[in-house]
Design a protein around this ligand. Structure first.
Ligand SMILES: *Cc1c(COP(=O)(O)O)cnc(C)c1O
Length: 425
């Protein structure tokens, strides 16, 4: 084993350091394999129950009426998430679009949206109108309330109770921390929050932003009372094969609202040709539980490597995981750049490219991004990025196979080591 790594430029010291850590992680990885097995069986069971057939892979053109593959896939998603219905479409362009669609189709002028667990994902600020934007919910007369977490990062139950009023129509909860420093929520924590909110206002619609969370636990937020779960197909459930797309699973009425908004009132789910994407949607979903397991193992490996070297890591080396994101605080520009360049150098695609910090629209500092992905922008594939400013946090996620993530982490450390930026101990 060591010889092949040597040929790929990994020194003996770096290999030995990583190998020892990996050996210690075996029991934890066994648990993740068990999780993958449970979720794999869940997916196979849903496919079998709904008679997924060769014909389902074919796809339609034009209006896309009677699209067997599309309709069956939506039933499969509804079964996996234990919801009444689902909307799984190539016409949903990304995660933000899926979330905007779920919100805008289920809220009406005069309604209020509540975020009970702090600020939502950056791109939703313009959707909601927290940052003024053309066509935001605010422009359509939907008001917004936010209850921040307490200093100890618990939900502010008193504040949430006070924030719920006669206008509160929809509550949005984000499972993954995304690029914040708060912890990601377990499905059980989300369940407690949902139960509390239902106790105050039973009829409110509860939506969970499920991005990066799918298949990281045995349960999904829709198993603990969420009316809608929403996500992107170029993250977990696309399994690295879906070339685009998004999904919303939930109550029949919520999904109908979303379908009427995605296409048109009256047309709803009946139209939307699937062209040639269905095979990738099915096969990606089939692979997703093991792909997510690889990403989880990679995140845990990275946390253990960099924590041992003295860097702050979120989540830490032993914490339970509720999403696939790993943050490492490098506290230094050169270390951060070396890490990202190492990840890039281990990629199957664009390995010869050297990522450099760059000014990006929407950011107040330079950003560095490492991604050698088959699908552009796919973050279920091994990728790392972060803003070049204090405290020099890198967010690292994905990996279609564990051997690839393993190589990526080892290569990142090799890069830091060669530039004398770390001492192995
Ligand atoms: C990625 C992500 C989104 C947005 O998805 P895009 O596909 O990038 O538009 C929203 N919420 C969370 C928590 C995410 O991780």
């Amino acid at each position: 084993m060591h010889n092949i790594y040597k040929e790929l430029g990994i020194s003996e010291e770096v290999y030995a350091f990583c190998d020892e850590i990996l050996r210690s992680l075996k029991p934890r990885f066994d648990k993740i394999d068990e999780l993958a097995e449970i979720n794999q069986l869940k997916v196979i069971d849903a496919m079998q129950k709904n008679n997924v057939s060769e014909a389902c892979m074919l796809g339609t053109t034009g209006y896309g009426y009677n699209d067997l593959g599309r309709e069956t896939l939506e039933k499969v998603y509804a079964d996996i998430f234990h919801t009444e219905d689902a909307l799984v479409r190539a016409q949903i362009t990304c995660g933000t679009h899926a979330l905007a669609l779920a919100l805008m189709s289920n809220l009406r002028p005069g309604d209020e949206l509540l975020c009970p667990a702090g600020k939502p994902y950056d791109t939703l600020e313009e959707v909601i109108g927290i940052r003024d934007s053309r066509g935001s919910l605010k422009e359509y007369g939907v008001s917004y309330k936010q209850v921040d977490l307490l200093n100890n990062r618990d939900f502010d139950y008193e504040g949430i109770k006070n924030a719920i009023n006669e206008k509160t129509k929809l509550v949005a909860i984000q499972r993954s921390k995304g690029y914040q420093t708060r912890p990601s929520y377990s499905v059980d924590q989300i369940g407690e929050l949902i139960a509390f909110i239902r106790g105050i206002k039973p009829e409110v619609i509860i939506m969970v932003d499920n991005c990066y969370g799918e298949f990281t636990e045995e349960k999904e937020p829709s198993d603990v009372g969420a009316d809608m779960v929403v996500g992107s197909l170029i993250k977990n459930p696309g399994g690295g094969l879906a070339p685009l797309g998004g999904y919303i699973c939930g109550k029949k009425e919520c999904i109908e609202n979303a379908a009427y908004r995605l296409t048109s009132p009256g047309l709803g789910k009946e139209v939307g040709a699937s062209l040639t994407v269905l095979r990738d949607f099915y096969q990606g979903l089939f692979l997703s539980p093991t792909v997510v397991a690889s990403a989880l193992k990679g995140a845990i490996f990275a946390a253990n490597v960099y924590e041992k070297l003295g860097f702050a890591v979120i989540p830490d080396s032993v914490e339970d995981r509720h999403d696939i994101i790993q943050a490492v605080t490098f506290g230094d520009k050169d270390k951060m750049i070396a890490f990202c360049q190492g990840i890039q150098a281990a990629s199957p695609v664009d390995s010869f490219v050297k990522p450099e910090p760059w000014a990006m629209p929407g950011y107040d500092s330079d950003v560095i991004m490492a991604a050698g992905a088959f699908i552009s922008g796919s973050s279920i594939e091994l990728s790392a990025d972060g803003p070049l400013k204090e405290p020099y946090n890198v967010y690292f996620q994905g990996g279609l196979t564990f051997p690839h993530v393993k190589f990526g982490i080892i290569k990142s450390l090799q890069t830091l080591y060669e530039r004398d930026l770390v001492t192995l101990k």
